[in-house]
Design a protein around this ligand. Structure first.
Ligand SMILES: Cc1cc2nc3c(=O)[nH]c(=O)nc-3n(C[C@H](O)[C@H](O)[C@H](O)COP(=O)(O)OP(=O)(O)OC[C@H]3O[C@@H](n4cnc5c(N)ncnc54)[C@H](O)[C@@H]3O)c2cc1C
Length: 316
């Protein structure tokens, strides 16, 4: 099967979720990756290690801004050029907007938020996360071609040790394809960005007040993690709004999510349930978070967290 994988970069470095998508594609067939904008040459070549045979690189710097119309055209043109039967994209805010447009341009079905490797033993079947991760739908996709968006952590990135030939790729864009222009970008300095974080330490109303966040920040610093919080915590201005995770906040998919003094309401879990490993620390043994967690510590955060920091520092 011919597979086209759209890969995204951040500051010249390819995102981990894109390596996951290439790994997934390589398990389905022959992968060509398509990348855009300013990306380090070594990063493009690294796609070969994850199973890409070829990389099409559109080095047009206007594509750095992730403009939806232009990205959709780029991916559709690459899919046509390669005769791709499956177009795979790791979910992101850009990909969520682009996938359906690519499917329309190619006149093929689209399945979003696929949570595991598709089953190609008879036809093409996928398992999709629905209702903000509370349920799954198994879907058979008819026809020979399709567009798939992959949930983060659906497939672990795996180095298979190949090499990829990088080719320049040009698309005849019109001005209309760049109709939306990004005028400025404001990034928080010094923080690990939550949606991309591999490790997240999060805390809730159980922390009693903003003055107690020092130990959460210290735990996060010791682990090299991003910090997050529940909604009431940001509503009360204990923490900034960009740290609020859940149904109405940021969705995170780290390898490790540590929840301290958070009850585990469904609206919170909706934003964290695709984490690979969840650890809950709560003094109430009946806290709903323990049902969603892989590991739980029943205890007072003010006892447990300092001991955890001490143990981590001792083991470093
Ligand atoms: C439409 C809608 C959307 C929402 N969206 C979101 C969302 O995106 N994200 C979100 O987080 N919430 C969201 N909520 C709110 C959600 O329903 C919960 O109210 C919220 O998640 C609870 O936050 P919390 O767990 O920090 O606080 P609480 O519910 O007050 O829980 C505090 C927890 O801390 C524990 N605790 C207390 N003291 C200690 C201690 N010393 N040590 C250890 N544990 C302790 C308690 O046992 C308890 O489990 C939404 C609600 C609605 C209606």
């Amino acid at each position: 099967m011919s597979v086209l994988v759209f890969v995204e970069a951040d500051n010249g470095a390819i995102k981990k979720s894109s390596f996951e998508a290439v790994t997934c594609g390589a398990k389905l067939g022959d992968v060509t990756a398509v990348a855009m904008g300013d990306i380090n040459a070594g990063e493009l070549e690294a796609l070969g290690k994850y199973g890409a045979k070829k990389v099409l690189h559109a080095a047009d710097s206007r594509l750095n801004d992730g403009v939806i119309a232009a990205t959709a055209l780029l991916v559709a043109e690459a899919a046509k050029k390669e005769g791709a039967q499956t177009v795979l994209m790791a979910r992101s805010s850009l990909v969520d907007a682009v996938a359906a447009r690519v499917a329309v341009k190619l006149n093929v079905p689209v399945a979003s938020n696929v949570v595991e490797l598709p089953d190609t033993s008879a036809g093409f079947k996928v398992k999709r996360g629905v209702f903000t991760g509370k349920a799954f739908a198994e879907v058979s996709i008819p026809g020979d071609s399709r567009v798939i968006t992959l949930a983060k952590n659906a497939v672990a990135p795996e180095e298979v040790g190949g090499t990829a030939a990088v080719e320049a790729f040009e698309v005849n864009f019109s001005d209309a394809d760049f109709g939306v222009k990004r005028t400025s970008v404001h990034k928080q300095e010094g923080d690990i960005l939550l949606p991309e974080a591999d490790l997240v330490v999060s805390a809730g109303r159980g922390l009693k007040g903003p003055e107690n966040w020092g130990m959460i920040e210290e735990l996060a610093k010791t682990l090299g993690a991003a910090t997050a919080c529940s909604k009431p915590v940001s509503d009360m201005d204990w923490r900034p709004h960009h740290e609020h995770v859940g149904q109405t906040g940021i969705k995170v998919s780290p390898n490790l999510y540590i929840a301290v003094g958070i009850s585990g309401a469904i609206q919170h879990l909706a934003g964290v349930s695709s984490s690979r490993v969840i650890v809950a620390i709560n003094k109430d043994p009946e806290a709903p978070f323990f049902k969603a967690a892989d590991y739980g510590v029943v205890g007072d955060a003010f006892d447990v967290v300092p001991k955890l920091i001490e143990a981590l520092k001792a083991s470093n």
